[in-house]
Design a protein around this ligand. Structure first.
Ligand SMILES: [Zn+2]
Length: 467
């Protein structure tokens, strides 16, 4: 058999890896969207590098759009198989894909209005809501920790990855010519001391491993420090500067983590009195899905649930649903906190909030998650003095804050801990995926010292034979 790396290969988005068996069957691991890759993004998303109609099965590690976002395009291009994932991933993916399709339809409508005025040709969305609806029916839930037989050649196992709710490392047992080979794919690996989720789980010995490497050269600060920083930015922006604090955050995962931290600060009397808006209908739905899967919480949250029936809700928290309500926030004079998607500020309502608030030094834009260097969030993080948002030029006068340690991705110690259940010598090849190349090279050197004999950093569309 062979494996081809069609996305998240020397980049952090677009996760997509295709295994082809000798009998022609094709198994696709993730079908993620590329995000924040500049002008190339659209073309990269349209061209998979393989024929979607020939894919036999798909397995999804978790619901994040950079892992699931092109499933509707896969279905549109002719994929007819089943998509295996955990129960919480199925529920989250359903709302995320419908939302993603809506964002694309809306963004294209917005751009086309401009294009029409300028006499430019109109553009089509990558996929529509109807495509997303079709793909949702292909999702099949499989529980953690039990091998599930897909067909004669393939068994799959999900183990907890501790990254967002429902996130899994995916293990495949593939039988060819009477010989069974195990390929383990980390998906995204969370942290061993996450505030909400259980730690990543151990897994059986693998022959080949694909491991993410987002923070492969970083050690995160303690989680408590990031909670304190969050409260500092609220006090500094809303109380001292009397401005607005805009926080771009993934609707799934990061938003709940922020709400959980704010709820805890409120219980401890540390949260300044200020209105906090979550401006993302998707975040509201995602928070409801999170609440409906208490089986994924760690012991601390389970214990908190005994005294606080909703660890994601507190006085002063408001959800914004409609576009009109969202626009009203622009006219609001009083200080407030606005948490809105997307996490890299590439799309969604947060992009409008940034455009409306970036020219006032009273305001702060706080980056709390990973941002592709080319994304709007990435540019702000690197201290850009001017940016273009929806083709309009803006000077960056607002303060830019960054909390790096608030991450859903493990640092290199966490990645090392995830691998600690393996005999390094028995891993024929360890592929580093889902990371920036410079970071991956540092991680490779560190893992070589840990005893993993063969480590590769595949390029996009490269193919490797697995024996
Ligand atoms: Zn993720």
């Amino acid at each position: 058999m062979k494996i081809a790396f069609h996305g998240a290969a020397r980049t952090v988005t677009g996760s997509k890896h295709l295994i082809t068996l000798n009998n022609g069957k094709k198994i696709l691991l993730d079908c993620g969207m590329f995000q924040g890759m500049g002008k190339e993004t659209g073309v990269m998303n349209e061209n998979f590098g393989f024929d979607a109609a020939q894919v036999t099965h798909m397995i999804l590690s978790h619901a994040h759009i950079d892992h699931s976002g092109l499933i509707p395009l896969l279905v549109k291009k002719g994929f007819k198989g089943t998509i295996y994932c955990t129960p919480a991933t199925r529920d989250l993916t359903e709302i995320l894909l419908l939302d993603s399709a809506k964002i694309q339809e809306d963004d294209v409508k917005y751009s086309n209005k401009k294009r029409q005025k300028e006499g430019q040709p109109l553009i089509e969305p990558l996929y529509k809501i109807s495509d997303a609806e079709k793909s949702v029916s292909a999702l099949k839930a499989v529980n953690y920790k039990t091998w599930f037989r897909v067909d004669d050649d393939l068994e799959i196992l999900f183990t907890d990855a501790g990254h967002i709710i429902g996130s899994a490392a995916v293990h495949l047992r593939i039988t060819e010519n009477g010989k069974t080979t195990q390929i383990s794919f980390s998906g995204d690996i969370g942290r061993y001391n996450d505030a909400i989720l259980r730690a990543p789980d151990i897994f059986p010995q693998a022959d080949y491993i694909l491991m993410e490497s987002t923070y492969g050269s970083t050690l995160h600060a303690e989680a408590e420090a990031s909670d304190d920083r969050l409260i500092y930015y609220i006090r500094h922006t809303c109380k001292e500067k009397k401005g607005k604090l805009i926080i771009p955050a993934f609707s799934v995962g990061r938003t709940q983590e922020l709400l959980y931290a704010l709820n805890r600060a409120q219980l401890e009397g540390k949260l300044p009195k200020v209105d906090i808006f979550v401006d993302s209908p998707l975040s509201l739905e995602a928070t409801e899905v999170v609440r409906s899967h208490p089986e994924v919480f760690n012991k601390t949250v389970s214990k908190l649930l005994e005294i606080d029936e909703d660890p994601f809700d507190f006085p002063g928290l408001h959800y914004i649903r409609t576009v009109d309500e969202s626009k009203q926030l622009n006219f609001r004079e009083e200080p407030c906190v606005i948490i809105s998607a997307s996490g890299m500020a590439e799309a969604g309502r947060v992009k409008h909030h940034i455009a409306n608030n970036i020219d006032n030094p009273r305001n702060t834009i706080l980056i709390v998650g990973y941002c592709e260097p080319q994304s709007l969030g990435g540019k702000l993080m690197r201290g850009a003095k001017e940016v273009s948002i929806y083709s309009t030029h803006h000077e960056v006068k607002a303060e830019i804050g960054v909390i790096r340690s608030m991450s859903a991705h493990g640092d290199y110690e966490d990645l090392g801990q995830w691998l600690a259940c393996q005999h390094p010598q028995d891993v024929k090849k360890l592929f580093l995926v889902h990371g920036e190349y410079e970071v991956q090279q540092v991680l490779r050197d560190w893992l070589l010292k840990k005893g993993f004999p063969a480590i590769e950093i595949p390029e996009r569309h490269s193919v490797v034979n697995l024996l």
